[in-house]
Write a protein that binds this ligand. Structure first.
Ligand SMILES: Cc1cc2nc3c(=O)[nH]c(=O)nc-3n(C[C@H](O)[C@H](O)[C@H](O)COP(=O)(O)OP(=O)(O)OC[C@H]3O[C@@H](n4cnc5c(N)ncnc54)[C@H](O)[C@@H]3O)c2cc1C
Length: 459
């Protein structure tokens, strides 16, 4: 069940490709395009390649690509292969759904399930991209770009001294994150805060008497909150993520008042898990308190093409909520899809970037829209209360008994080579059974705009 390792080619030889953004998406883009022979230059505005935060879950849809790029052994050495994913009820801690990542799973999805420290994955991708021939610069901010008939002129600025320069290329790929300079040219939208905030933390796993035998990804899901644990770095580190709904954000949203900048702060964190099991409450002491992540996504886009020579990808195109653990994987899928379609076009004759970008956007935009929308739904399902929680738990148990692959196949069994979303863009929509569902945040905003009183608006 292993994917073949890509043989480097010269399909894109002579193509000068500029990437803006050196996160996981940009680094993966530099690698995938360099492996096809392109002359890649990447600009990252930060002084070093660095990821903030801790663990990342990489499903088989991501591991297959890392394997194709020849990095499987390295990421497994640096990361951890959990045996299972356990969903547990956050009030009782009882297991409600266990997903086994053993042999059968690996055969079914053609890849393993990996967890890895963000900075380890980024370092591996950066090093591999450099080895494949890409040139990566830090401390360079991309200010904008002009499309010419035969290429693109990119305006850059060195952050150390403010010196500006123009660079010429055949293509610009905007992997510049959720506040992308280039997204603004195709969408005048703002991030959509979810009212949920994440606290993270890592600690020594072998020294932790209660957790030292942990071999799984465990997610305790409960009313308005959840708590995730998994090992990292071969079991040396314990990664924990505590997520809850911010009452102060909610109040501002429903009352239409100004949102406090520090919503989800330590004051709110202190009480956010009081209704959960004492096991979870006992674990919160090791979370980092000096920083927290206000979770937001953006509305899905149906086009990522800025011009015949510019495209946005990764979080610049599709920042998701984190519930399907696929934001970084989608960025890697984007990178591989672009490199694959461009090299296939080059192999078949003359490379037309306008046509390649349209094809890439046609395949990737519906795929990522489905992940973004389903992520919103999945998060709401995790956080339900009362009778809905009991029904949710029973539904999860039934999914385990009746076989859960059918719910995950669309996400984890993906290969851009099949062009399945290009052939049928309706695959990007939610399945028929969920069509009536409406995102809570949309509902509240719509009700407020209708003039409904604040006390009637609930999430
Ligand atoms: C709590 C949480 C948990 C998550 N868990 C998972 C998970 O388990 N699995 C998963 O797959 N994903 C997960 N994600 C999502 C994932 O982290 C992101 O989707 C992914 O890292 C996005 O990568 P990116 O390279 O597209 O963007 P970014 O990581 O945002 O990188 C963009 C880069 O561009 C640079 N940049 C921006 N503007 C400029 C400019 N003008 N010039 C030059 N450089 C610029 C920035 O400095 C940055 O380095 C999670 C996210 C969160 C918040």
């Amino acid at each position: 069940m292993s994917s073949p390792i890509l043989t480097p080619s010269a399909d894109l030889k002579g193509q000068k490709i500029i990437i803006t953004g050196g996160g996981i998406g940009g680094a993966a883009g530099a690698l995938a395009l360099s492996l096809r022979g392109a002359d890649v230059t990447l600009y990252e505005r930060a002084p070093e390649f660095k990821e903030v935060g801790a663990g990342l879950q990489i499903g088989p849809h991501g591991v297959k690509m890392l394997e194709k790029w020849g990095l499987k052994e390295r990421v497994i050495d640096a990361g951890y292969l959990p045996e299972r994913m356990q969903f547990r009820d956050a009030i009782t801690t009882e297991p409600i759904l266990t997903m086994d990542f053993g042999e059968d799973f690996q055969q079914h999805y053609g890849g393993q399930y990996l967890v890895i420290h963000r900075s380890d994955l980024l370092s591996i991708l950066v090093e591999a991209a450099q080895k494949a021939g890409a040139t990566l610069h830090n401390g360079v901010k991309v200010l904008g770009a002009d499309t010419r008939e035969d290429g693109v002129t990119v305006h850059i600025e060195k952050t150390a001294d403010g010196v500006r320069e123009d660079v010429e290329g055949d293509l610009l790929v905007g992997f510049d994150g959720t506040h992308s300079v280039f997204r603004k040219e195709i969408a005048q939208d703002e991030p959509v805060p979810s009212a949920y905030v994440a606290y993270r933390g890592t600690s020594e796993l072998p020294q932790d008497p209660d957790m030292k035998d942990l071999k799984d990804v465990v997610g305790y899901i409960g009313p308005r909150c959840h708590f995730i644990q998994y090992p990292l770095r071969g079991g040396e580190l314990l990664n924990q993520v505590a997520v809850f709904q911010s009452p102060r954000y909610l109040e501002a949203l429903t009352e239409g008042t100004e949102v406090p900048e520090d919503w989800g702060n330590n004051e709110e964190f202190k009480d956010a898990f009081n209704h959960t099991n004492e096991f979870i409450q006992g674990r919160l002491g090791s979370m980092w308190l000096n920083t927290w992540w206000q979770m937001a996504d953006r509305e899905p886009l149906d086009n990522w093409v800025v011009s015949d020579r510019i495209i946005v990808m990764g979080d610049a195109a599709h920042p998701p909520l984190q519930y399907l653990a696929s934001g970084a994987v989608m960025a890697m899928e984007d990178a591989e899809c672009l490199a694959l379609y461009a090299s296939q076009a080059a192999e078949q004759g003359e490379l037309n970037w306008g046509e390649v970008l349209a094809e890439v956007s046609g395949e990737r935009a519906p795929r990522c829209a489905r992940i973004q929308t389903t992520g919103r739904f999945w998060g709401e399902l995790w956080h339900v209360d009362g009778v809905s929680r009991l029904i949710r738990n029973e539904t999860f148990r039934q999914a385990e008994r009746g076989g859960w692959y059918r719910y995950a196949d669309w996400l984890w069994d993906y290969d851009a080579e099949r062009r399945e979303y290009l052939k049928d863009p309706s695959k990007g929509e939610l399945p028929e059974a969920l069509k009536e569902w409406e995102y809570n945040i949309h509902k509240v905003v719509a009700q407020r705009e209708e003039g409904r009183p604040a006390e009637e608006l609930t999430i």
